[in-house]
Design a protein around this ligand. Structure first.
Ligand SMILES: [Zn+2]
Length: 430
């Protein structure tokens, strides 16, 4: 895996059909070429309007025994094996049509997805891929799972698992991920479960589609139904493949050495969030709306940042907000005479500042943190902001102590200052 210069999609369609592990629903998953820059996007073709769910951290909904994305009736369960195949092929842009709520479990491994994508003929397309690289080591912990992330030019996964079962015990595996090595060493490794857990999982409405054909099922002594392992350490290999699938939710190709101990889906997603925030991204000038939503808790109508243009370490950040006539506040502020409320200009400035402040906490889980603004000083409104304006916010860190900081910000429209303020903020645990 040398430094790639082109994004990748597929040249043609390919599909797999089968039963979902948790929902038990019969679903067909069809891979289709995606235009450059779209990322990996699921479409629920069984629902009215075929709603889209991007494979991004902002969409993560549930993490028990699987990774589910979307929301409410548009939830898509168990995306990790499909996404592991996408990541292993280094595919950046792809449409995945689903005729039901869950990609099929198939034999419980990533291999059928990897084969379907090979059949769809991965090809280079226009545009530069997004690479996530880290400059310095950091750790992430979530429940029993812990991860050390270290700089590396390639993606390497070193995984340790421990299960008190005679066939598993402690297993350690280290894998340098390339399409070829993944196909050989990880793709065929199947998911596994224990007969002792079946009743509890069924009671939660999970594993409705489970069978000994779609997983390694273990009782106290060994594999039930006379099943055979593909490798003695098939278990740790599968967990490594799961990590790759969950990392695809960063929206980029990760280049780092990840040392994972007792990984879980919630741990993998915490790891992905830490990478999304801390890693340097190439191939994109800044953060798009997907990454902003990975970091900030704000949502419509209160998400007031459209794009981060520049981040200079932890010192300076530049973000923009496009102000359109469709903003909900224009309806009443004022009828027939729309002007953006000054306090919302400052709120937008503060949200850009929050992105800068949260970048200090790169090793921790950003979803557990929230930025509170404590004081505003020297607030000045210089010019009105009208529909059609693009506000460019530039913020500088003046002081940073513990969890508290002071930032100075200015908002510009067409190069003219519209507002300025100094703000004190603190990062607190939710
Ligand atoms: Zn899995």
């Amino acid at each position: 895996m040398t430094t790639p210069s082109k994004r990748r999609s597929v040249a043609q369609e390919a599909a797999v059909t089968g039963t979902g592990l948790h929902t038990g629903a019969e679903t067909r998953a069809t891979f289709r070429p995606g235009p450059s820059g779209t990322g990996v996007v699921f479409r629920r073709t069984d629902l009215e309007g075929a709603p889209h769910v991007p494979a991004r951290l902002s969409e993560v909904e549930a993490l028990e025994r699987r990774t589910a994305i979307g929301h409410g009736s548009v939830t898509i369960h168990t995306v990790e094996h499909l996404l592991a195949a996408v990541a292993a092929h280094e595919i950046d842009d792809l449409l995945v049509d689903l005729s039901g709520p869950e990609p099929p479990i198939l034999d419980g491994s990533v291999a059928p997805y990897f084969a379907a994508l090979t059949e769809a003929k991965p090809v280079e397309i226009e545009g530069e891929p997004t690479l996530l690289t880290v400059q310095a080591p950091f750790t992430v912990t979530e429940g029993d799972a812990s991860y050390l992330v270290a700089p590396s030019k390639r993606l390497q996964l070193t995984v340790t698992i421990e299960f008190p079962h005679p066939l598993i015990g402690r297993q350690v595996g280290s894998y340098e991920i390339s399409p070829e090595s993944f196909a050989r060493e990880l793709a065929p490794a199947r998911t596994f479960g224990f007969t002792s857990e079946v009743a509890a999982l069924q009671a939660k409405g999970l594993i409705k589609g489970a069978s000994t054909a779609s997983a390694i099922v273990l009782d106290e002594r060994g594999v039930v139904n006379g099943g055979r392992l593909r490798w003695p350490d098939e278990f740790v290999r599968h967990k490594a493949a799961d990590i790759l699938g969950d990392l695809a939710l960063t929206g980029g190709r990760v280049r780092a050495h990840i040392v994972a101990t007792k990984p879980s889906h919630s741990g993998n997603v915490a790891l992905a969030r830490a990478l999304a925030r801390a890693a340097k991204r190439s191939g994109v000038p800044a953060m798009d709306i997907g990454r902003i939503m990975d970091v900030l808790p704000h949502r419509y109508p209160f998400l007031l940042v459209d794009r981060i243009l520049e981040v200079e370490g932890e010192k300076r950040i530049v973000g923009i907000k496009n102000v359109t006539i469709n903003e909900p506040f224009f309806q009443g502020h004022f009828p027939g005479h729309p002007i953006m409320p000054g306090v919302l200009i400052i709120e937008a400035m503060a949200q850009v500042g929050g992105m800068l402040l949260l970048s200090h906490f790169e090793a921790q889980n950003v979803e557990d943190k929230v930025v509170y603004f404590m004081s505003l000083d020297n607030v000045k409104f210089r010019r009105p902001v009208l529909p059609g304006d693009q506000i460019r916010f530039e913020l500088e860190m003046i002081a940073f102590r513990g969890k508290t900081c002071k930032m100075k910000g200015q908002g510009f429209v067409d190069g003219q200052v519209v507002a300025e303020a100094e703000m004190m903020a603190v990062v607190v645990d939710k």
